[in-house]
Write a protein that binds this ligand. Structure first.
Ligand code: PAF
Length: 275
């Protein structure tokens, strides 16, 4: 895949490629991203993989500076994909002047991850809208691993009648269940061994709900206690409907979501539950 850096290059390419699937990423690609690219290829003639560590979505005390930037390695991973380009702008390409207008998402953006990362989804929505305007894709692919992000972006596309169809890719996991994430590289060896506990706890909740348990608050409490006991610092464990509204006893399409810190690494994960 060729690498384009400037907005002008991107516009020129887009002018000749009107059936494009966009896969927005922040780079440091892994098998989860490659699965999204493969999914994108099934939906359009050309794929554009954007690689941009977006400063707007990081809080002041977050890992913007240390977020892994591995463009050469990323390009090598995508080398076999013929029909497409990598769009890897620099900060000055996308922000020649500081961003003045922002997408203000609805209150959902202040719940779950948003409660602990104020402004995060505003930054995500703003950059994604900017990428949509630049690339003008027919479809865009996002991973279910970032479930709240996917929900907020779906709502944004609907509210702004953006002419793009969002396609959701399943979470790709390591053999022991850990969801693949660029941030897994922050885990040391002992933490990496301990990390699948988050997935195991979500699986346990899923099994219990499928078997008829409906005391969601109790299930969340039990999960918090177990993670705390194993030294995790928890942001939240939450059972929701799949549109992220609060569930009732009669809900049939649920999702359990969690975010927790293991050492200095913040991990998120979720599992959909159909009953
Ligand atoms: O999911 C991500 O990697 C980022 O939030 C995204 C969608 C590329 C926006 O920067």
């Amino acid at each position: 895949m060729n690498i384009l850096h400037s907005v002008a290059q991107m516009r020129d390419w887009r002018a000749q490629n009107d059936n494009t699937a966009l896969v927005p990423t922040m780079g440091n690609l892994h098998a989860g991203h490659i699965a999204l690219v493969e999914l994108a290829r099934q939906h359009a003639r050309q794929v554009a993989v954007s690689i941009f560590v977006n400063p707007l979505q990081f809080g002041a005390n977050e890992d913007f500076a240390q977020y892994p930037r591995t463009l050469e390695q990323d390009a090598a991973l995508l080398a076999d994909i013929d029909d497409g380009i990598i769009f890897a702008p620099g900060i000055a390409d996308l922000f020649p002047i500081p961003q003045r207008y922002h997408i203000e998402p609805p209150p959902l953006a202040n719940e779950l991850c948003g409660r602990f990362r104020p402004g995060h989804f505003r930054g995500v929505a703003t950059i994604v809208m900017k990428l949509f305007n630049l690339v003008q894709p027919t479809i865009a692919v996002f991973g279910k691993k970032d479930y709240q992000q996917l929900t907020i972006l779906r709502d944004m596309v609907q509210d702004f009648t953006v002419p793009v169809t969002l396609v959701a890719g399943e979470t790709i996991r390591a053999a022991d269940g850990l969801a693949l994430s660029s941030r897994n590289r922050y885990l040391d060896a002992a933490e990496r061994q301990a990390a699948p506990l988050l997935y195991n706890i979500l699986m346990d909740i899923k099994t219990r709900v499928v078997n008829g348990e409906r005391n969601y608050a109790q299930l969340e409490q039990n999960a918090l206690a177990k993670l705390t006991e194993h030294g995790w610092r928890i942001d939240y464990v939450s059972l929701r409907n799949q549109d992220l509204t609060a569930p009732t006893e009669d809900s049939t399409q649920l999702v359990v979501l969690a975010a927790a810190h293991l050492g200095r690494t913040r991990l998120i994960d979720n599992l959909e539950i159909s009953v």
